[in-house]
Ligand binder design. Structure first.
Ligand SMILES: Nc1ncnc2c1ncn2[C@@H]1O[C@H](COP(=O)(O)OP(=O)(O)OP(=O)(O)O)[C@@H](O)[C@H]1O
Length: 847
């Protein structure tokens, strides 16, 4: 059983022993809380080793999260607080701090706080008395119950630290003494991940998690999709989707489904839900088949299933067969409810030898938005019953920030509707309401929760385990976060995601260095675990999908039959508007004062110019927000937003969605303008173009457009990278590379009118690009960024020799990482590591 209290105590002992100012200094000097971090290997020898690798990485990340608020200027001002009461239990001192009226609401349970004698923003804060505390609960209108660690040995022999703790203990025990209280960060998610990690041995697939090897399977476990459902599904799904849907029917406990952009991941998840709930052993399906008929025949069919279930449960001495006729939790929402209630409850014959008559499925995702997409689509389209007809399943969405369109499916709304007719319902006490919530979770067929929320205490108190867990965006979660739903136990897990897109956001640079951002999906795939790939995309015009298919999916990504016609647009009559075009702008990158990010003014002007010309010629584009502008760099995003607002007014600028590549993951637009920003810079490490070279970021950036992808970048600067060289090669040979000349407005008008054509590449240019691509592909077999950088280095030297005039002066390069928060560098400037930097750091360590 999961002991969340015991393991949380262990986490608190570690985190509350940290000296806030000391860890802050250590992180500044590139040291972290742990000296001995280990890179995440592809496989582990034991669960013990698994925990030993992940624990310090999780704590390192926790440390970075605590410091992030202060670094990003996000922490609130400190509040004055007075000690109301204090009580010591074991090594912990529980202090009630009373804050001014209206301030206590700014703190939540599980917040980490800094308690200090003087203003923490005053001079020499590290010299003050201070201690990290954990907000346990609210106490009255203005009180906060704060847990602190006051064991003097918690400072590991640090005499100064022990003296500080001793003085803090005495101070906090003095009723009426005054302090400053500063909120640092919330610990809910980290705590749930930590608890899950401590219980990794309870994960039913711990052997697969550690060895990365599939299990031997038993023939008797094999289930089949009911024929009616199968026929309908085959008419809606392509063969790779069908393969993915069938992948778990043989009882495979862990199924990996990789869905490149636009390949129908969500559609597959919805169908998977139907399959998981209605597939059955051959015997049951034979019985069902013999009863298939008209409306009354459906009931007859149920009788057969019920008989079969009765018999099988009687022989197995398992579940009470009366369960079979229990209506679905929310009573179903279809006309003819009685009939359907019985039909789809009894019909949900899942299956597996021991799982009872109805599957209990948990659907998770790292983000609320991904989760809501599934809930919205499930509610809108319904699921498929055995006969291939759609029905409204019993589904409940747990957690906060539920999308307004599915609010009626939120746990609290379902509880309220249960209490609807009950006059006494509104008088239910907190614990009674909690019991009701847990009952709803037990009874609902499908429960949807974010990964983090699946670790809330409600889930641990459920009496009915989940049979199947389906995790969407599984490649965008760190491994401990994926463990959260798994340690509660289930029979099967489906991980759906795409490791070739952006991974989880990890803030700690050190944890990134040791591959903490790598998902379980990616690790298992690297270890050779079988993966089902959805291989047909329905989003992008084939001229857009060609490059990502070749470069990121080994040429396996095919185009849906109708995608060419579906994405054809009148603006394609002007090749400068796509489906694919590259504008080679020789602008200069620069860092605005006080920013670690970079921008490129010439590119911003070009983007605006293309957008205006598009809207001028195709006013229909004004009708819907069909254009997106993206850039890898936050500074460029800001510059673009400002330029659009200045040129088009707030109203006009609202029509276009401008965001970072990371912010666009999972989204699509008809037209995407992608500003790459990087330019040639003398003095920069040859061959480096920072994090715009991260292939996962390139992949996401280039796969957001449905109809037209227009890239604006400096070809010479970008082509030092093999992937970019490939894209530029495609633009050159497809005759859709343009070289703008100032003034851009006039030049653009003549391009659209056909006065200026695309670049006619010289043989030397094409040969050079081919050469880079060839070298790059030769290394693709065993692709490592570091090796790639060596290729890039040769090429950049060659480019600089050819055209030194294109290189501008500049010092060392500015880096941005996949993480959101900047880390301070030794010189005190905020900075982020690039993935290339991470890779080289890993390599250095390996050496
Ligand atoms: N087998 C199919 N036949 C025709 N169209 C399909 C098929 N599968 C998916 N689609 C269509 O492809 C589009 C993308 O599907 P879906 O949203 O499920 O993909 P996704 O992989 O979740 O997308 P994303 O990459 O944004 O996560 C939708 O318009 C969907 O209707």
């Amino acid at each position: 059983m999961v002991d969340s209290v015991g393991s949380t105590q262990k986490l608190h002992r570690t985190v509350l022993s940290w000296d806030y100012w000391e860890i802050s200094d250590r992180l500044d000097s590139d040291g972290g809380v742990f000296d001995q971090l280990r890179a995440v290997p592809a496989t582990f020898t034991s669960v013990k080793e698994y925990k030993e690798v992940f624990e310090p990485l999780l704590l390192e990340e926790c440390c970075a999260q605590i410091l992030r608020g202060m670094e990003e200027g996000e922490v609130l001002s400190p509040h004055r607080a007075v000690v109301g009461a204090a009580e010591q239990r074991d090594d912990f001192l529980f202090v009630t701090l009373v804050v001014e009226a209206g301030c206590s609401e700014m703190y939540s349970n599980n917040d980490l706080v800094l308690i200090s004698k003087d203003d923490p923003f005053g001079s020499n804060p590290n010299q003050q008395l201070h201690l990290i505390g954990f907000c346990e609960s609210h106490s009255g209108a203005q009180g906060l119950l704060i847990k602190t660690l006051v064991a003097e040995d918690s400072q590991a022999g640090n005499v100064k630290g022990s003296q500080r703790v001793k003085a803090m203990k005495a101070g906090l025990q003095s009723k009426g003494s005054t302090w400053y209280l500063l909120k640092l960060s919330n610990m809910s998610t980290i705590t749930r991940e930590w608890v899950a990690l401590q219980h990794a041995h309870l994960c039913p697939f711990a052997d697969i998690l550690t060895t990365g090897k599939p299990r031997a399977l038993h023939e008797s476990r094999h289930l089949d999709i009911p024929p009616g459902m199968k026929d309908t599904m085959e008419s809606l799904c392509n063969s790779s989707q069908m393969d993915a849907l069938k992948a778990g029917l043989d009882g495979t406990p862990v199924v990996l489904i990789q869905g490149p952009p636009g390949t129908g991941k969500t559609r597959t998840i919805l169908n998977l839900l139907s399959v998981v709930m209605h597939s059955a052993h051959k015997g049951a399906l034979e019985l069902q088949r013999s009863g298939v008929g008209a409306a009354h025949g459906a009931l007859k069919e149920e009788d057969h299933v019920r008989l079969w279930l009765k018999q099988s449960h009687w022989t197995q001495g398992k579940q009470d067969p009366r369960e079979v006729i229990r209506p679905d939790a929310d009573g179903g929402a279809l006309p003819g409810r009685d009939c359907f209630g019985l039909l789809h409850t009894a019909a949900a014959v899942r299956v597996g030898k021991h799982s009872g008559p109805k599957a209990h499925v948990l659907v998770c995702a790292p983000s609320n938005s991904a989760l809501d997409e599934i809930v919205i689509r499930t509610v809108k389209s319904g699921l498929m019953d055995r006969a291939g007809n759609m029905y409204a399943p019993s589904i409940v969405r747990v957690g906060v920030n539920v999308h307004h369109s599915v609010k009626s499916r939120s746990l609290d709304a379902v509880v309220e509707s249960r209490l609807g007719g009950d006059k006494d319902g509104s008088n239910l006490s907190g614990p009674e309401r909690d019991k009701m919530r847990i009952a709803v979770l037990d009874e609902s067929t499908i429960v949807c929760s974010t990964l983090s929320f699946a670790g809330s205490s409600m889930f641990y108190r459920m009496s009915r385990k989940f049979d199947v867990v389906i995790i969407d965006e599984a490649a965008q979660a760190v491994e401990p976060s994926l463990l959260v739903p798994l340690v509660m136990g289930c029979k099967q897990v489906y991980l759906v995601g795409d490791p070739v897109q952006l991974p989880a956001t990890v803030i700690s640079r050190r944890a990134l260095d040791y591959s903490y951002d790598q998902s379980l999906f990616k690790r298992l795939q690297t270890a050779g675990y079988p993966v089902k790939i959805l291989n047909t995309q329905y989003r992008m015009h084939p001229k857009i999908s060609r490059f990502p298919s070749k470069h990121f999916y080994g040429g396996q990504l095919l185009d849906g039959e109708t995608v060419t016609t579906d994405t054809r647009q009148p603006y394609h009559n002007h090749p400068c508007f796509g489906p694919f075009a590259f504008y080679d702008v020789a602008g200069k990158e620069s860092s605005p004062t006080g920013s670690a990010s970079i921008q490129n003014k010439a590119e911003a002007q070009m983007v605006l110019c293309i957008y205006r010309e598009l809207l001028h010629r195709f006013p229909a584009l004004r009708m819907n927000a069909s254009v997106g502008v993206i850039s890898p760099y936050k500074s460029q995003v800001k510059l673009l937003r400002d330029s659009f607002a200045a040129a088009l007014g707030e109203e006009g600028a609202r029509l276009v969605d401008i965001n970072t590549v990371d912010g666009f993951q999972g989204r699509e637009k008809d037209i995407i303008l992608f500003s790459c920003v990087r330019s040639l810079k003398k003095g920069r490490r040859p061959g480096s173009i920072g994090f715009v070279a991260d292939e996962r970021r390139i992949n996401v950036g280039l796969t957001r457009a449905r109809c037209s992808l227009i890239v604006i970048g400096n070809a010479k600067a970008l082509q030092v990278n093999g992937n970019w060289a490939g894209l530029i090669y495609q633009a050159m040979t497809d005759k859709c590379m343009y070289r703008p000349r100032a003034p851009y407005t006039d030049w653009m008008a003549s391009v659209v009118e056909g006065g200026v054509g695309p670049v006619e590449p010289t043989e030397t240019e094409v040969a050079a690009l081919e050469e880079i691509s060839k070298k790059f592909w030769a290394k693709q077999q065993d692709y490592q960024l570091q090796e790639d950088a060596e290729v890039e280095m040769d090429v950049l030297e060659q480019v600089e020799e050819e055209d030194p005039g294109l290189c501008d002066e500049g010092a060392g390069e500015v880096k941005e990482s996949t993480g959101l928060a900047p880390q301070k560098s030794k010189d005190g400037k905020k900075r982020k590591p690039s993935s290339a930097e991470n890779a080289s750091s890993k390599k250095a360590k390996a050496k």
